[in-house]
Design a binder for this molecule. Structure first.
Ligand code: THU
Length: 129
């Protein structure tokens, strides 16, 4: 499961629109019923409208009626070269907390090793209403 999801994240990274940072990111989000929604980062000349790969994947899935998620794989690097682990930014972690339980799995790779963390580990004591 992890390797398939990481492979899909690599494929999604090909569509990254990142002319400003040159940092290309891909994500693959797995639903509890085994569907995969992919996303890439989409930058903007006004900067703040930029959307991270993880949020692209989440918003695609939620907009199609998905609400139950199991895991997300993320890959990212300058020019699309993966040399380090790419962890989700704080905003994306908060979006994950909106839809996922603490045991939601966040998978990333430095192209040598795959690491996996729970959302609870990466965003403890998260804000929820
Ligand atoms: N980025 C992501 O897509 N996901 C993250 O978790 C961190 C950052 C994107 C946003 C921007 O297009 C580029 O990486 C550099 O910050």
């Amino acid at each position: 499961m992890k390797i398939e999801l990481v492979t899909k994240a690599y494929e999604a990274m090909k569509h990254s629109y990142s002319p400003y940072s040159g940092f290309r990111v891909g994500a693959a989000l797995l639903t509890k019923d085994s569907k995969i929604y992919t996303g890439c980062n989409i930058e903007n000349s006004a900067f703040s409208p930029t959307c991270c790969a993880e949020r692209t994947a989440f918003f695609k899935a939620v907009s199609e009626g998905e609400k139950d998620f199991k895991a997300i794989a993320i890959v990212g690097g300058k020019g699309g070269e993966i040399t380090d682990f790419c962890y989700p930014c704080g905003v994306c972690r908060q979006v994950m907390a909106e839809f996922c339980d603490g045991d939601f799995e966040i998978i990333t790779t430095d192209a040598k090793e795959i690491k996996s963390h729970t959302l609870k580990e990466l965003l403890p004591e998260s804000f929820k209403i």
